[in-house]
Design a protein around this ligand. Structure first.
Ligand code: SAH
Ligand code: SF4
Ligand code: F3S
Length: 476
């Protein structure tokens, strides 16, 4: 859930044929092909949502482009998780304003500017006030209404602010058909969070935990498989809190049962899920991890901190010993599993000794990859007003020490794969051309020589080299 690098969703369509379509609520509204630019910040949930915004806008004539300059509609899909993430929006809006002014001054048409995602949900009205360039603010549960909102702005009915919270209505309102961008796709099965960790904004920006219906998820997975997708990552803020009615009326399904049914879909060869909360890792899911060969041997299971005192203050709902026990159970079920985690240093009240507990946790558990952050005060969360906030310099020192250890573990893990043959899902040609690029079962980017006809297939690659972030190999 943690990559903060902006990702541009660019549905590269080769032809730009004019699309004639009707805006959803004005039958006489005929539009020409329009250009849509979406910039995505934050977690996988936003990556998924950005793709779905493109899907919902496609029938009314919008085609995704990969630069904002000429776009008719610019959407910033934002993240509120840390202060830096949220502040990025305002600097980006400054740049967008200049582009909009240039476009309109040069007679290249108008540009509608929308802010979506978690900043929109958290500070919609402030955005409208601080950035008059913004025409539309839309929270994460309102994307199915985008065509209606775009039409409203076009009719010059002023700014539009939509921050309602009806997750199921959102999914019911999105088209069932998707336009996947490659061979690996995210599929949201659960949204929202009821855990209320004291540092976190997600329960406020995404609302309560809601699970999509099994039928809806299976239909979407089948549609993706039909379009060539080989790998599906089931996503949610707490994906293992998934619970929905069994389609045959036999009770409730958790994530384990859902995975076993997605695995029955022909063409889907790899399944992943993220992000899991330690409290919701039930025995059925652990057993599924052991038994289902399509499930990849990689688990993101954040602990955040190793000290019981800090875990309690964070309201994580478990101790370090319970986490360790859980990991032992998971490793017994799936011995080849690699773990990934999230860590926060400098939570209010964290002493040197507490921090050493986090170091000890990392030493003892051993992580194949990780994301680690300095605690960032989020207005409105309980952590913001806790006493004994930690000095920024202390946070920086702790983060440096923790990352030295985590990065060393990651490099060692990657090195341990040299000589082994791993199945790689070939996604395309590497950035520097020539070599093919794909993902190993452990998600490392893997480069190797091969024919482009292999793109979209899963091939065995013998690993010959490893760095901190990627592998190189030869076709086996
Ligand atoms: N639901 C997931 C996490 C979602 S947020 C879970 O419970 O694990 C992704 C990560 O961002 C968190 O795991 C946490 O490490 C980090 N994070 C969240 N709020 C933060 C804050 N206020 N300061 C620093 N890091 C934070
Ligand atoms: Fe945030 Fe905690 Fe919910 Fe994860 S479980 S989204 S960290 S409140
Ligand atoms: Fe960020 Fe919202 Fe995801 S705050 S991490 S985009 S749920």
């Amino acid at each position: 859930m943690s990559s903060q690098s902006p990702r541009d969703i660019n549905a590269s369509r080769d032809i730009e044929a004019p699309v004639i379509a009707k805006a959803s609520d004005t039958a006489s509204d005929i539009t020409n092909a329009k250009k849509l630019f979406i910039k995505t910040y934050g977690c996988q949930m936003n990556v998924y949502d950005s793709e779905r915004m493109a899907d919902v806008l496609s029938p009314i004539g919008y085609t995704a482009v990969d630069t904002p300059e000429d776009a008719d509609l610019v959407v910033l899909n934002t993240c509120h998780i840390r202060e830096k993430a949220a502040e990025k929006v305002y600097s980006e809006l400054g740049r967008v304003r200049k582009m909009k002014e240039a476009k309109e001054a040069e007679g290249r048409g108008e540009m509608t500017v929308a802010v979506a995602g978690c900043v929109a949900q958290a500070e919609g009205e402030e955005i409208m006030r601080r950035a008059p360039v913004v025409d539309m603010v839309l929270g994460p549960q309102t994307y199915h209404k985008l065509p209606e909102m775009v039409a409203k702005v076009a009719r010059a009915q002023g700014e539009v602010l939509e921050t309602e919270f009806d997750t199921l209505e959102k999914f019911d309102g999105l088209p069932t058909s998707r336009d996947p961008k490659g061979f690996s796709a995210f599929l949201t099965i659960q949204e929202g969070c009821d855990k209320f960790c004291t540092f976190c904004v997600v329960p406020y920006t995404r609302g309560a935990e809601v699970s999509r219906s099994v039928d809806q998820i299976i239909a979407e997975a089948r549609d993706l498989a039909k379009k060539g997708v080989r790998e599906i990552t089931l996503i949610g803020q707490n994906v293992n809190a998934y619970e929905a009615d069994a389609p045959d009326g036999s009770g409730k399904w958790g994530l384990g049962a859902l995975i076993r049914h997605v695995a029955l879909i022909g063409g889907i060869d790899r399944i992943r899920f993220t992000t899991s909360h330690p409290r919701d890792m039930d025995d059925d899911l652990i057993k599924t991890l052991g038994d289902e060969p399509k499930l990849m041997p990689y688990l993101h299971l954040p602990i955040q901190a190793g000290s019981n005192k800090v875990l309690r203050a964070m309201n994580r709902g478990h101790t370090y010993a319970e986490y360790k026990e859980l990991i032992a159970k998971i490793r017994a079920a799936r011995p080849d599993i690699a773990l990934s985690g999230d860590f926060i240093v400098g939570f209010p009240g964290e002493t040197d000794a507490d921090f050493e507990d986090t170091m000890k946790c990392v030493e003892e558990i051993g992580y194949g990859s990780s994301f680690s952050f300095k605690y960032s005060v989020r207005p409105g969360t309980p952590g913001a007003t806790m006493p004994r906030q930690v000095d920024e310099n202390v946070k920086s020192e702790r983060l440096k020490r923790l990352q030295d250890l985590l990065y060393r573990q990651q490099t060692e893990f990657n090195h341990s794969l040299i000589g082994r043959t791993l199945n790689v899902l070939v996604e395309g040609v590497g950035r520097d051309g020539g070599q093919l690029f794909g993902r190993s079962p452990y998600l490392q980017g893997t480069h190797f020589d091969g024919d482009e006809s292999l793109i979209g297939t899963i091939v065995p690659v013998t690993i010959t080299g490893a760095g901190r972030n990627s592998l190189t190999g030869e076709l086996a």
